[in-house]
Design a protein around this ligand. Structure first.
Ligand code: FAD
Length: 126
């Protein structure tokens, strides 16, 4: 967890987690993860009930995979120069999450599914 790293890593004798700008990065990570989890639960619920099996899964896939990239990027930032080193897990995570926006439908394809689905629904409701 980046919060643990921030709580124990010191700069000038002060834990970096005491710096408010570092706390802001941790907050942005947490908001992204919490929102992603909520979207996944929402998509799963709508899939099981049959309410929506097309738009919600794409919304969750698009948001979570883009968010994962942002969260990993913030993780590197919290780790400072160490986060860029090959032998540190956060560097591997930063590199590997990039794939999530490509397979199982690229971000562009998810947007096409969402946007197309919304227009189709609007036409149906006319
Ligand atoms: C490590 C890895 C593992 C993989 N594992 C699997 C697997 O197990 N099973 C499997 O089936 N596939 C797998 N793939 C393939 C993966 O699903 C495809 O790479 C992915 O779907 C993108 O297709 P593509 O590479 O042909 O790119 P393209 O479809 O050529 O896309 C290139 C770019 O054009 C955009 N684009 C394409 N079509 C449109 C359109 N109509 N409108 C707007 N933009 C568009 C894309 O969003 C992307 O930005 C894997 C890929 C990788 C890298």
């Amino acid at each position: 967890m980046d919060s643990t790293f921030a709580a124990v890593t010191k700069q000038g004798g002060t834990p970096i987690g005491d710096f408010q700008l570092v706390q802001a990065m941790l907050a942005d990570q947490q908001v992204g993860v919490s929102a992603g989890r909520a979207l996944v639960r929402d998509a799963a619920q709508k899939y099981v009930s049959g309410e929506d099996r097309r738009i919600s899964p794409s919304v969750a896939k698009l948001y979570c995979t883009e968010m994962a990239g942002k969260v990993a990027d913030l993780a590197v930032q919290v780790h400072g120069g160490t986060g860029y080193m090959r032998d540190v897990p956060v560097e591997r995570i930063y590199r590997e999450v990039r794939l999530l926006r490509l397979y199982e439908g690229t971000s562009e394809i998810q947007r096409l599914i969402i946007g197309g689905g919304l227009v189709r629904e609007a036409k149906k409701a006319l």
